[in-house]
Design a protein around this ligand. Structure first.
Ligand code: GLN
Length: 445
């Protein structure tokens, strides 16, 4: 009730929710109280959460931030949603995002931009901007996000919260509206690493309905939180501290690294030599996969359908022209081009080869150090409307997207402020090193 009242009072300005499910939330809270009375409460019983509107939720609007799905009510729950329910959490509703998770500022939503709770002139980041803003504003203690190229870590950084992108395959993607399937991963966003660990306990693990989900035991993510950091080997990638990094962001990150040194960690410089290929490789692979995934929105089976089509082709064309926003159309066009005959080898295949090199850079670095640290984003949150050029916006993702290309986990933790806006420290580990990342993040907080 407290949070629903807060949402009512504050979200008119913030715009972090697309749908608030007040009635269902109150019913779920009653059920949680009853479970507690029976002595059946787990760590998350009765804990309110909110869900990025990219996760299918049974009987509740699931829009993906798009006009295309503005009226779409999912007939089933995503695996993550199912598992959160089973853990006893209480969903408050569905959170705003960039359309189909394409963006870095939440300005690409058909439901309007979200404001950064720290400064209403600033963007909250994207694409999980609603998730980050809702947690930062105290409208929900935790939220679910997805991260294809930084969409959990960058908004977490911009809003001063903690966000974990797990290893590719660690969390089931079943029932999450697909953007770029070889990169998409779901993860928790909350106020602390400890809260993220509790959520990971609920959502991680194999799911036979997602062929990319990994059949591998799930640890208790809270177990190693308090482990001492003496002897931890930290690598600072040279390429993450170069041109384009705002001096105040760099200062905050270096300050954070000093804290780790005082806890007994050793620090050395490492190199990820193919870093500068990450943005071009990602912006070939992600649009290619998106153009394929989004071909299902044809006006026939579900989603927006234009009025009075003259024939089938007209139905396709107008439904898609009316349903998709500008950035989504741009990505579909890029992806369709790079996948077309005569261009595939030059673009998509080449980008996949580069992706291998990027992955190898990380694996080589993790031979020498336990974790990598750097900024989550080159600048703090920028002003709404300030980044009009799509390529300038893509360059924002410089420190986050290589991680998705490599499939490794990454976490962003609050590390002070630059110009009054939060800065995120990004910590990266090798595949399935989430317990280590949570441990390292927890010790800083
Ligand atoms: N900003 C990146 C993009 O627009 C990443 C988005 C994401 O991680 N979903 O594709």
């Amino acid at each position: 009730e407290h949070l629903l009242a807060r949402i009512e009072r504050l979200d008119g300005t913030l715009n972090s929710f697309i749908t608030v499910t007040a009635e269902q939330a109150l019913a779920a809270a009653d059920a949680a109280d009853a479970a507690r009375a029976r002595g059946e409460a787990g760590a998350l019983t009765g804990v309110p959460v909110a869900i990025k509107d990219l996760f299918c939720t049974e009987g509740v609007l699931t829009t993906a931030g798009s006009r295309m799905l503005a009226d779409f009510v999912s007939p089933y729950d995503a695996t993550v949603v199912e598992r959160l329910k089973a853990a006893g959490t209480v969903s408050l509703g569905k959170l705003n995002l960039d359309e189909f998770a394409m963006g870095s500022s939440n300005e690409n939503s058909a439901f309007g931009a979200v404001k950064n709770p720290w400064d209403s002139r600033a963007v909250p980041g994207g694409s999980s901007g609603g998730s980050a803003a809702a947690v930062a504003a105290g409208l929900a203690p935790a939220a679910m996000g997805t991260d294809t190229g930084g969409s959990i870590r960058q908004p977490a950084a911009f809003c001063g919260i903690t966000g974990l992108k797990p290893t590719y395959g660690r969390v089931s993607r079943w029932g999450i509206i697909a953007y770029a399937s070889s990169l998409d991963q779901a993860g928790p966003m909350a106020r602390s690493a400890a809260d993220c660990a509790l959520l990971m306990n609920a959502i991680a693990g194999h799911d036979h309905r997602d062929s990319t989900s990994v059949a591998r035991g799930v640890p208790d993510y809270t177990e190693e939180l308090a482990a001492p950091l003496a002897g931890l080997k930290i690598g600072l990638p040279r390429e993450y501290f170069g041109d384009g990094l705002a001096p105040e962001v760099e200062a905050a990150v270096r300050e954070a690294v000093k804290v780790y040194e005082s806890l007994g960690a050793t620090v050395r410089e490492v190199s990820l030599p193919h870093t500068h290929y990450a943005i071009p490789a990602y912006y070939v692979i992600a649009p290619a996969e998106a153009s394929s995934n989004l071909s299902r929105y044809d006006g026939v089976r579900f989603g927006h359908r234009c009025k009075n089509p003259s024939d089938l082709i007209d139905l396709y064309k107008r439904s898609r022209a009316e349903g998709f926003g500008e950035e989504v159309k741009r990505r579909i066009l890029i992806g369709t081009h790079t996948l077309s005959e005569g261009f595939f080898d030059a673009y998509y295949k080449k980008a996949q080869q580069v992706r291998r090199l990027i992955r190898q850079d990380f694996l080589d670095a993790f031979e020498e150090v336990d974790v990598l640290m750097g900024p989550a984003s080159p600048t703090p949150a920028f002003d709404l409307g300030a980044n009009k050029d799509p390529v300038a916006m893509y360059l924002q993702d410089i420190y986050t997207i290589a991680v998705n290309l490599a499939g490794i986990p990454g976490i962003s933790v609050p590390a002070g402020f630059a110009g009054g806006r939060p800065v995120g420290l990004q910590i990266l580990g090798t595949h399935f090193a989430e317990p280590r990342l949570l441990n390292v993040a927890h010790q800083f907080q």
